[in-house]
Design a protein. Structure first.
Length: 229
């Protein structure tokens, strides 16, 4: 028996044979069935570009706006969960209070879906240096490093307010703060790159990351993966 990382109740871990054949590494089970049920997967009627739930149509209004802004050069984003109250609470404890152990909950929630998206390179969205210092770890890399091999190619300028502290309007107006690290010796042109992030809110962060990489490697084939949408 184990203790659930979220509620502290004892539970028995389950094992499925099918899971053993997935690409990404299966993390240990750290939350109970009851806590798990609070995280709701996105339903199947979704935006074909960013995975946002849609009642009708093929593309959401966010993606329509990106389409106009980037003359059709959209970023395909795969997401798994709805950003509901349970997720909000989890992310606040993980990011704001820097509870490192909670990366395991996020790993348990996303590893299976992540395993379905094969790429040549998995690139984590970088955290600003001052935020890493505050928490003593990089929140995005900490989630994904145990699941897939990470390639660190993007850096983030310091002194930039975190997206989570902004209003939607401020988020959309935020300036490019990502850059390709100088010591990068990999050629990403014609390679499949999957950008990794925790939450896709407006898409601003992931589009900036995509653009930074595309400026240096115009032929890179870039998509993204976020745990929530
Ligand atoms: Zn629990
Ligand atoms: Zn969309």
């Amino acid at each position: 028996m184990r203790r659930c990382l979220l509620c502290g109740q004892k539970f028995a871990a389950q094992l499925s044979l099918r899971e053993l054949f997935l690409l990404s590494k299966k993390p240990e089970q750290v939350i109970c069935f009851h806590c798990r049920s609070k995280f709701v997967q996105l339903k199947s009627s979704r935006c074909q570009i960013c995975s946002k739930e849609l009642d009708s149509g093929q593309i959401c209004s966010d993606c329509e706006a990106w389409k106009r802004k980037y003359t059709g050069n959209l970023l395909r984003n795969y997401a798994v969960f709805k950003y509901n109250d349970a997720f909000h609470e989890l992310m606040v404890n993980y990011k704001r209070y820097g509870d490192y152990i909670l990366r395991k909950v996020l790993q348990e929630l996303c590893w299976q879906e992540l395993g379905k998206h094969r790429a040549d390179f998995y690139v984590p969205i970088p955290t600003a240096p001052e935020h890493i210092q505050q928490r003593q770890f990089d929140t995005i890399s900490a989630i994904f490093a145990d699941l897939v091999p990470l390639t660190t190619v993007l850096g983030k300028k310091s002194g930039v307010k975190a997206q989570g502290e902004k209003t939607r309007k401020e988020r959309l107006l935020s300036k490019q703060s990502f850059f390709v690290l100088e010591n990068t010796n990999i050629n990403f042109n014609f390679k499949k790159v999957l950008l990794l992030d925790d939450i896709y809110t407006t898409g601003r962060t992931l589009y900036h990351a995509r653009n930074a990489l595309l400026t240096a490697f115009p032929q890179a084939k870039i998509a993204s993966f976020s745990i929530c949408r």
